[in-house]
Design a protein around this ligand. Structure first.
Ligand code: G4P
Ligand code: NA
Ligand code: NA
Length: 194
């Protein structure tokens, strides 16, 4: 998605050799016009998937999930990271470990918002090691529903999450794929030789 790549080039800050800061339009301040374009692009890429529900995880996945849901005319559910005070029977729960933050969260979704026989599109802002997306897929499986796709705003293709998810058989669509950060510059996958 050229517009997104342009915004990453113009506003992204590379921290060290692994982390991209994009808090001017995605992770802190949100640009609603760009997010509408992102949602429309997800809707195009998953137009034939028969999506009946979108699932994301709080907090930064919500904006892109919401605009995609608006365009696809389905509801969006965000899994919660804070331990729920609710009874266990009322929620599906899975553990998601973040290597970036070195913490494990118990991620939950109320059963009443993730039923059986749904065709679920998972959306998230970043794909690194794939732990969050795998956790969300696990919640969908517990519910007796099907993951029909995974939509990612920014994939760090030099980490192994994308490979893991695709090897698992999921259709993964990432709107910007980063091959590397070289001397503080973002190299997108398409721009690399080989
Ligand atoms: P994984 O799910 O793919 O395994 O990713 P990981 O645990 O490494 O990521 C943990 C958190 O860090 C996630 O946000 C993820 O979106 C974010 N993240 C990973 N790499 C980058 C990066 O290069 N830049 C930015 N800006 N974020 C990155 P989170 O903890 O779920 O927080 P939230 O922002 O959604 O609230
Ligand atoms: Na994030
Ligand atoms: Na996220």
């Amino acid at each position: 998605m050229e517009l997104l790549k342009q915004r990453i080039r113009e506003e992204g800050h590379v921290l060290g050799d692994k982390v991209l800061k994009v808090d001017s339009f995605l992770n802190h301040q949100i640009d609603p016009v760009l997010m509408m374009e992102v949602g429309e692009e997800f809707a195009r890429r998953f137009a034939d998937a028969g999506v009946t529900k979108i699932l994301t995880i709080e907090s930064s996945g919500i904006a892109a999930a919401m605009t995609a849901a608006l365009k696809m005319d389905v509801k969006v559910v965000f899994a919660r990271k804070k331990k729920s005070a609710l009874m266990n029977e009322e929620v599906y729960m899975t553990k998601v470990h973040s290597f970036t933050k070195n913490e494990t969260n118990e991620v939950t979704v109320l059963k009443k918002f993730l039923g059986a026989n749904e065709k679920v599109l998972i959306i998230d802002d970043f794909l690194a090691n794939g732990e969050a997306a795998m956790g969300l897929a696990h919640l969908v499986e517990q519910a007796g529903s099907e993951v029909v796709g995974i939509g990612i705003v920014i994939e760090k293709a030099f980490q192994d999450g994308g490979k893991r998810l695709r090897q698992h058989g999921f259709k993964v669509e990432s709107l910007a794929r980063i091959a590397a950060f070289t001397d503080g510059q973002v190299q997108f996958v398409e721009e690399c030789v080989q």
